[in-house]
Design a protein around this ligand. Structure first.
Ligand code: SAH
Length: 226
């Protein structure tokens, strides 16, 4: 865990649309839209989301909306990041978390403040390189990342206490279930485009408890490398 962002990147007198005031407003919106976990809201309040998107869009960084990050991909909507993180933490704080779909790196950075170590896999090398640069410049030291097809997980680092998919498929790739520790939790947007739902699985031996939550809209989980 680290707590560096707030102190190093938010000035007491910040103004404009990337200011602390804009972040506070975003947190108020998330709370009004049902996010309850104070730990998650605190991270979103301090983490500079504008660094994860193009400068041209920075003024919109604290709107509750997904934004393009190039290569046909998006940084997820803050509400979605908050909700997935909340669903992941609810059963207990996981030590080792696998994320499929690094994208901008924002979800991984949010998790890095709350869990032990984040392992994140991205199929598009250019996005991964950018995210890595950002993690370094923000001095985040508990994120490991890998350029690979996330459908096969990260075998050498398994098992994970929690797995989060930030791209949507009709079902969860088998390898990911296999890499989840006993008692572990997996959160994913599942279903065909237009009817995806946040879905949470909990592993109990060979049994999987499945719960469905809100409807969402994610980019697709693709196969192979980008
Ligand atoms: N977590 C990201 C969301 C990015 S959008 C963020 O906070 O910004 C989803 C990402 O999943 C995209 O970057 C896309 O390239 C990636 N992706 C899609 N299919 C994948 C796969 N099979 N393996 C790894 N990454 C994948």
């Amino acid at each position: 865990m680290n707590t560096l962002f707030g102190a190093t990147t938010v000035t007491a007198h910040g103004h404009g649309l990337t200011s602390q005031r804009a972040r506070d407003r975003l947190v108020a919106t998330l709370r009004a839209e049902g996010i309850k976990d104070a730990r998650v809201l605190d991270v979103i309040r301090t983490l500079p989301r504008h660094l994860f998107i193009d400068e041209a869009l920075a003024a919109r960084a604290y709107e509750n909306t997904a934004l393009p990050i190039g290569l046909d991909q998006t940084i997820s909507q803050p509400w979605v990041v908050a909700r997935m993180t909340e669903l992941l933490l609810e059963p207990g704080v996981p030590q080792r978390v696998l994320e499929i779909g690094t994208g901008s790196g924002y979800q991984a950075a949010v998790l890095s403040e709350l869990v032990g170590t984040v392992y994140t896999v991205e199929r598009i090398e250019e996005l991964l390189r950018k995210a890595r640069r950002l993690f370094r410049s923000m001095k985040i030291e508990n994120i490991r990342s890998r350029h690979d097809d996330g459908n096969i997980g990260w075998r050498d680092e398994a098992p994970f206490d929690a797995i989060v998919l930030t791209a949507a498929g009709e079902s969860v790739p088998r390898a990911l279930f296999e890499q989840l520790a006993e008692g572990g939790v997996l959160v994913a947007p599942l279903g065909p485009p237009g009817t995806q739902r946040l879905t949470r699985f909990r592993r109990a031996g060979d049994d999987w408890q499945r719960e469905e939550f809100e409807g969402v809209s994610f980019v697709p989980l693709l196969g192979g490398l980008g």
